[in-house]
Ligand binder design. Structure first.
Ligand code: MN
Length: 260
C-alpha cells in the first residue's frame, strides 16, 4: 500500500478523517421535480416486497424497486440536457470513473437563502468566497449550500402559481465556475437550477451551460452544513446504467479535522 493510502486508512480508523453522508433516504414520500403538465414526469421512488421470510421465500427478504434516474439524491450526466447531447462519453456508463472521486468546495449561501426563496448565487458571491478561501481549484465539485435540505414536504418544492421557488445560480455565476474548469456543480434543491431558472438567458443555465461543457450535476444533496469550505473529498458514483442520463447516488464526503 502506498504511504498516502496507508495514512488515509489510519486516519479513517482513528476517526481523524470522517465519512459524511450527503444523501437523503430513498423514500416514496421524498419529492421529485414537477414539470408543467404538458411534459413527461419524473417518477418517485417505489418499493414492493417480494418476500419477507414467508411462503414467497422462507429464509430471505427482498424488494423490487423503481424510480426515475433523477429521483432523490442524484447525479446529472452531460446527455441529460440538449446542450450536452453530443458530448462524447456523456452517459453515466461512459464517464471515466476517475470523475467520481474528487475535491469539493462549499459556498455557503444559507443566510441569504433563509430570507429569500429565490436567492441567487452570483459572481460577486463567488469572488467573495475566493477572497477568503483562494481560487476554486480546477477539477473541484462546487456545492451551493442553502440548508434547503432541512425542508420537508411541500416546502421542499415550494410550488406557487408561477412555478417552484428555490435558490440557484445565475448564468454569470455558472460561466465563472466554467472558467475555473470545475468538475461539476451541486445543490440541496431538486435541481441544479433555481426554481425560477426558466426565466434566465439561457433558461436553466446550470443545466444548459454545465452539461454543454461536459460537466456534471448533483441534486437533492444533504448535510452540506457538515462540510468545510475547502479540503474535503467527494465520492459520487452513479449506477452504470447503459445510456443513462443520471442516477440515484450515495454521496459521501471524506472530511479531516485539519480541513477548515
Ligand atoms: Mn437531475
Amino acid at each position: 500500500m502506498s504511504d498516502l493510502l496507508n495514512q488515509l486508512a489510519v486516519s479513517l480508523a482513528s476517526g481523524a478523517t470522517r465519512v459524511v453522508d450527503l444523501t437523503h433516504t430513498l423514500d416514496p414520500d421524498f419529492p421529485v421535480i414537477i414539470l408543467p403538465p404538458e411534459f413527461g414526469q419524473c417518477a418517485r421512488f417505489r418499493m414492493e416486497e417480494v418476500s419477507a421470510y414467508d411462503h414467497r421465500g422462507p429464509a430471505w427478504k427482498w424488494h423490487n424497486i423503481s424510480m426515475s434516474e433523477h429521483t432523490g439524491t442524484h447525479f446529472d450526466a452531460p446527455i441529460h440536457w440538449i446542450s450536452g447531447r453530443d458530448i462524447a462519453g456523456g452517459a453515466v456508463d461512459e464517464i471515466d470513473v476517475s470523475a467520481f472521486v474528487g475535491p469539493v468546495v462549499v459556498i455557503d449561501c444559507s443566510t441569504g437563502a433563509a430570507s429569500d426563496d429565490d436567492f441567487e448565487l452570483t459572481p460577486e458571491i463567488i469572488a467573495q468566497w475566493e477572497a477568503e478561501n483562494g481560487l476554486i481549484p480546477a477539477g473541484s465539485w462546487v456545492l451551493m449550500r442553502t440548508d434547503w435540505s432541512k425542508k420537508r414536504g411541500a416546502d421542499y418544492l415550494n410550488m406557487a402559481e408561477d412555478g417552484p421557488h428555490s435558490p440557484g445560480p445565475t448564468p454569470a455565476a455558472i460561466e465563472l465556475l466554467l472558467q475555473r474548469n470545475i468538475r461539476g456543480f451541486g445543490t440541496e434543491t431538486v435541481g441544479t437550477d433555481a426554481g425560477q431558472g426558466m426565466h434566465y438567458t439561457p433558461p436553466y443555465p446550470a443545466h444548459y451551460l454545465l452539461h454543454g461543457a461536459g460537466k456534471y450535476g448533483l441534486q437533492c444533496l444533504n448535510n452540506l452544513d457538515k462540510l468545510p469550505a475547502t479540503g474535503a473529498i467527494l465520492i459520487a458514483a452513479p449506477l452504470k446504467i447503459k445510456g443513462g442520463t443520471g442516477s440515484p447516488l450515495r454521496v459521501l464526503a471524506l472530511v479531516t479535522e485539519a480541513a477548515k
